[in-house]
Design a protein around this ligand. Structure first.
Ligand code: GLN
Ligand code: ZN
Length: 752
């Protein structure tokens, strides 16, 4: 038996966001392609050296990317849809990532249940020749630096296919792709590579039993190449696939021991002696230092069950989901900083755990870690009153006083097909500059507020001119819909350098929830009042809902996610009440992350949806019947959770619909959804201004699917990423199309 250490991937954006900066310079024509590639190589090599110096035995390599690792494999395997075949090289690569004039990019979607987005492969019959040269070059560079410790990371064939849009059937797709994998592995073998990590996270999806034969065929063929295969899974347990997965012809299998019930599966079914087990025990998706007293017993149990099996101690997945180095967060209080663990700290933890179970004397180290935790616990803000409030919640707190049908008529009266927007207006450089200057102290609070108010006033005037029915203040004071609230709530901490990749060159700095969440004063009421004082039309109060705030932050590990969601909900509940008291007749509470937070295994959906929907209800049910509650969700595919959407009990929901070809709308109609719906009438993610005719067409589909009384008219998401020169004509056309629709509807009524 041997105990060693491994990694499954590393942050690839550069400690100082070098890749983003280089990419943006390249896109704007200020940097040569060669310099861009050079930057990426430097970031990659410094990552390798960090892992080498930390003492990791098997270092995953080859996951560094210009944009997205799935796109890299799409590219290497020649899975190039027709519309991109006219381009070559980097131009083709970035056209696939970001689209080009008139040519839509590949679709982008969430990578399993993470906040990382990948590009969705489209596989047709005409696969172009594959080209592994960049990968092979990377691997040989890694061999020079890391020697035998370099372990190439390859996206597994079954996962690639599971995530793809296929124009051919699975069997055909497997038979096209498999020979390409054989070539790739053979090339790696020829380089003298001893082992390859094949990442197959699709194995945890819960319905993968039906893929058993594909996996067996594929892995039998790959095994024949004669290079050791390390099958890597993460994000959840193997579930019912466990018994046959452990029999696949591979040298090693990695399991995530931080999520799901893999340790139980190991106990029940054992693990083959002749394979190595990758023990993913360090949580790669959260930023808390390991708790030795919790983790060591799990490892010891595995050791006892699997007497004699070789083990690798490792992070549960790629470390791309955490930032580089917690030590750099000098502005955070040391009690908190000392229990944070980013990628570099996680490498140390891997080494520490491996030494501990090898029986090296690590007692003092362990005591030291435990003492940092107790210092943190004394420091972390506990709030008796919020805990008390949670304990004494009653059913009524989650329930509006009148049901939808009964409260409807008392709510604000509006024209047929009311028009509105989702909340934000363009974040111009002027607006961003304002916030920067305020932060730097160049503007004092009243100067800053006056400048924000001027923006609000302009936007209200514009919305009135456009003839919109329900107005918004424009969110000029917000950088980000989660950060803005986190900064005003206690219990949240913010990093300076804690960037992680969301997609491509877009990085985010998720807030850290580290204590009880408490609102000390109103967060949005002032801007609402300013806006409402300028118009007779209703202005929407605008908030981010609890599950979105939770899912886009790093949560605590000492209390459950549901409890954290409820704490946030209580803070929002007070804000909702204050907005109502300040005169808001309409309050929108955005919950775009509800759908994407669904667990990977369907059997766990109910448990999640039950508290997630309750949290929304807790935040909003406080209002009087006459106050109209809106919610907004960006993502489609509601069909399977339509009952839960209804249980939110929002009066109006606005959704993304324009890209899904009305699929969402059909799902809503078929689900018998009875509340009001604003199915986005145009795609705000594109700079193209929709014509009146296009919007009208979209609206007519709405009318054909839903009773007219249920229909609202709005873009499909916030407008903050657009320019005014796009927003104004688009909204003009939207209002125009609505007028035509109203006339048509009136004519129908008269003729009846
Ligand atoms: N109110 C937010 C905005 O308009 C909603 C954004 C979102 O759902 N992603 O920007
Ligand atoms: Zn949205």
């Amino acid at each position: 038996m041997q105990i060693q250490t491994a990694t499954l991937g590393y942050p690839r954006i550069g400690k100082n966001r070098e890749v983003k900066k280089a990419l943006e310079a390249f896109w704007s024509g200020k940097l040569e392609a060669e310099s861009l590639l050079q930057t990426v190589r430097q970031v990659e090599e410094s990552n390798w050296k960090t892992q080498l110096e930390a003492g990791i035995d098997r270092i995953g390599i080859g996951d560094t990317t210009l944009y997205d690792h799935v796109l890299d494999w799409i590219f290497r395997f020649g899975l190039i849809p027709q519309r991109f075949q006219q381009f070559n090289g980097l131009e083709r690569y970035f056209a696939m990532a970001r689209g080009q004039e008139g040519i839509p990019a590949l679709e982008m979607t969430k990578w399993f249940d993470t906040n990382y987005h990948y590009l969705v492969p489209e596989i047709a019959t005409d696969i172009l020749p594959s080209d592994f040269s960049d990968f092979i070059e990377t691997v040989s560079r890694a061999q020079n630096i890391l020697g035998k410790k370099a372990v190439p990371i390859v996206l597994g064939p079954c996962t690639l296919l599971r995530l793809s849009r296929l124009e051919l059937n699975i069997d055909e797709a497997v038979s096209k792709l498999l020979p390409l994998y054989v070539i790739l592995l053979t090339e790696l073998k020829n380089l003298g590579i001893a082992e390859v990590q094949i990442h197959e996270p699709a194995l945890v999806l819960g319905d993968t039993n039906s893929w058993k034969e594909h996996f067996q065929t594929v892995y039998n063929s790959l095994d024949a190449v004669g290079i050791s295969l390390h099958l890597v899974t993460y994000f959840d347990d193997l579930g019912e696939t466990y018994p046959w997965v452990i029999d696949l012809p591979v040298a090693a299998i990695s399991l995530d021991l931080t999520r799901g019930r893999n340790s139980e599966l190991i106990k029940t079914h054992g693990f083959p002696q002749n394979k190595r087990l990758g023990v993913g025990i360090i949580d790669a998706r959260n930023i808390w230092q390991v708790r030795p007293e919790k983790v060591i017993p799990i490892l010891q149990e595995i050791l006892e069950t699997l007497h004699g099996t070789s083990l690798d101690i490792q992070p549960s997945a790629s470390l791309q989901f955490v930032p580089y180095d917690a030590k750099r967060e000098k502005r955070l209080p040391s009690q908190l900083r000392n229990v944070l663990s980013f990628a570099e700290q996680k490498l140390q933890e891997v080494i520490f755990l491996a030494r501990t179970i090898k029986d090296d004397n690590t007692k003092t180290e362990q005591e030291f870690i435990e003492s940092t935790w107790s210092t943190f616990e004394e420091f972390s803000p506990a709030n008796q009153s919020v805990q008390e409030r949670l304990k004494t919640l009653k059913i009524d707190d989650f329930q509006r006083s009148l049901s939808y049908g009964l409260r409807l008529d008392s709510q604000i009266s509006l024209p047929l097909f009311p028009t509105t927007t989702i909340g934000s207006f363009p974040q111009t450089s002027e607006v961003r500059q304002l916030r920067v200057r305020y932060k730097r102290g160049e503007l004092n609070q009243s100067e800053y507020e006056a400048a924000i108010d001027a923006q609000i006033a302009e936007s209200i005037k514009l919305q009135e001119e456009l003839g919109l029915d329900v107005l918004v203040h424009g969110e000029f004071e917000r950088t980000d819909m989660v950060e803005f609230f986190g900064q005003q709530l206690s219990g949240f901490a913010f990093t300076e350098n804690g960037w992680v990749q969301s997609y491509g060159s877009r990085y985010v700095r998720p807030p850290i929830i580290y204590g009880d969440v408490v609102r000390s004063e109103p967060m949005t009421v002032r801007e609402f009042q300013v806006a409402q004082s300028l118009t007779e039309k209703p202005v929407k109060g605008m908030l981010t809902a609890p599950v979105t705030i939770l899912n886009w932050s790093y949560p605590r590990i000492d209390v459950s996610r549901s409890e954290q969601a409820f704490q946030i909900a209580l803070a929002l509940r007070d804000e909702v009440a204050d907005l109502e008291a300040a005169g808001a007749k309409v309050i929108q509470v955005d919950e775009p992350a509800l759908r994407e937070g669904l667990p990977l295994k369907v059997e766990r959906w109910n448990e999640y949806l039950s508290w997630a929907v309750d949290a929304f209800r807790l935040a909003t049910a406080v209002v009087q019947p006459q106050t109209q509650i809106h919610t907004h969700m960006c993502y489609c595919e509601f069909g399977d959770i339509i009952k839960d959407i209804e249980r939110l009990d929002a009066d109006v929901i606005s959704i993304e619909n324009s890209r899904s070809n009305n699929q969402t709308l059909r799902e809503i109609t078929e689900g018998g959804y009875s509340h009001q719906v604003g199915n986005g009438v145009y795609d705000i993610h594109s700079p193209v201004v929709p014509t009146t005719e296009q919007i009208l067409q979209q609206l007519r589909t709405g009318v054909a699917n839903l009773p007219v009384k249920q229909i609202w008219v709005n873009p499909d998401c916030g407008l903050k990423t657009r320019r005014w020169s796009e927003v104004i004509p688009a909204l003009k056309n939207m209002v125009e199309a609505t007028k035509v629709l109203r006339e048509e509807a009136n004519a129908t009524v008269k003729s009846q």
